[in-house]
Design a protein around this ligand. Structure first.
Ligand SMILES: NC(=O)c1ccc[n+]([C@@H]2O[C@H](COP(=O)([O-])OP(=O)(O)OC[C@H]3O[C@@H](n4cnc5c(N)ncnc54)[C@H](OP(=O)(O)O)[C@@H]3O)[C@@H](O)[C@H]2O)c1
Length: 251
């Protein structure tokens, strides 16, 4: 059975993707920092297929490299890497942001993603034709909004990094896709507001946001396309989300 490795499998898109891959019989390597959640997911899915859990902070390059180096033989032929771990912080304007929050977003969404990708590239290339690297970007990587600042910039990085990676992977058969969701109801806003459940509820109230399962479906779709197809970027919004016109400050 094919193997998927998912970063940030303890919540949201990552956990839903784990369940969706499991439903198709894939073996799983699941990572995240919250060990108890990884263990719960292994308990839930592990009776049906092989599940390896790796408690891991993607920001720690050495730990990531070591974890990949020490993958057991049975888990080395990875068909799909889902670079999903990420977060937004600091919804306030740039001029009011704590610098630490900017660093955390860069360290997780940019440095963490390249740490995992760098460690996994030899394995993905060894798998070759049909392998996929699926990076979770965001509409925020293309469409600016007040309070998007570094979060949007990290997701622009994810998109551009993926395209450049594709250039280097020419001839290896390894595919690279940026899946860029819009508003989705996960723990994302709870994390962004540092645990403010009321603020998170207010953000989603009256909307019909994407659900984690909607994105999981797209992840599995991309990973299981015929091996000659590469979807470069898939941008997905809920119907209730559109754009605003440019804002003009007038005297
Ligand atoms: N929800 C949205 O509206 C939305 C829209 C567009 C894009 N996205 C992107 O989708 C991805 C998944 O987010 P989500 O909405 O599913 O949010 P979520 O429910 O908060 O899940 C985020 C996941 O990332 C993991 N993570 C965060 N920091 C980590 C670190 N340093 N090391 C390892 N794992 C880490 C978390 O696990 P631990 O805390 O256990 O480590 C968790 O499993 C993110 O990249 C996010 O930017 C979300």
């Amino acid at each position: 059975m094919p193997i998927a490795m998912i970063t940030g499998a303890t919540s949201g898109f990552g956990r839903a993707a784990a369940r969706r891959f499991a439903a198709d019989g894939w073996s799983l390597i699941l990572t995240g920092r919250r060990t108890e959640r990884l263990e719960a997911l292994k308990k839930e899915l592990g009776s049906k297929m092989e599940v390896l859990i790796l408690p891991l902070d993607v920001r720690d390059a050495e730990a990531v490299a070591r974890a990949v180096e020490e993958l057991p033989d049975a888990f080395r032929e990875v068909t799909c890497l889902v670079n999903n771990a990420g977060l937004a912080l600091a919804p306030e304007p740039s001029q009011e942001v704590d610098l630490k929050d900017w660093h955390t977003m860069i360290d997780t969404n940019v440095t963490g993603l390249v740490n995992v990708t760098h460690a996994m590239l030899p394995l993905m290339i060894a798998t070759g034709r049909g392998a996929s690297i699926i990076n979770i970007g965001s509409v925020a990587g293309r469409w600016p909004y007040p309070g998007g600042h570094v979060y949007g910039a990290t997701k622009a990085f994810v998109e551009q990094f993926g395209y450049n990676l594709r250039c280097d992977l020419k001839g290896t058969g390894v595919r690279v896709t940026d899946i860029s969701p819009g508003m989705a109801e996960t723990e994302f806003t709870l994390v962004r507001t540092k645990g403010d459940q009321a603020a998170s509820d207010a953000f989603y109230r009256g909307t019909t946001p994407l659900q984690a399962e909607d994105i999981a479906e797209q992840i599995v779709y991309v990973a299981t396309l015929p091996v000659h197809i590469n979807i470069n970027r898939l941008e997905i919004m809920p119907v209730c989300q559109t754009w605003s016109p440019p804002h003009f400050e007038r005297e």
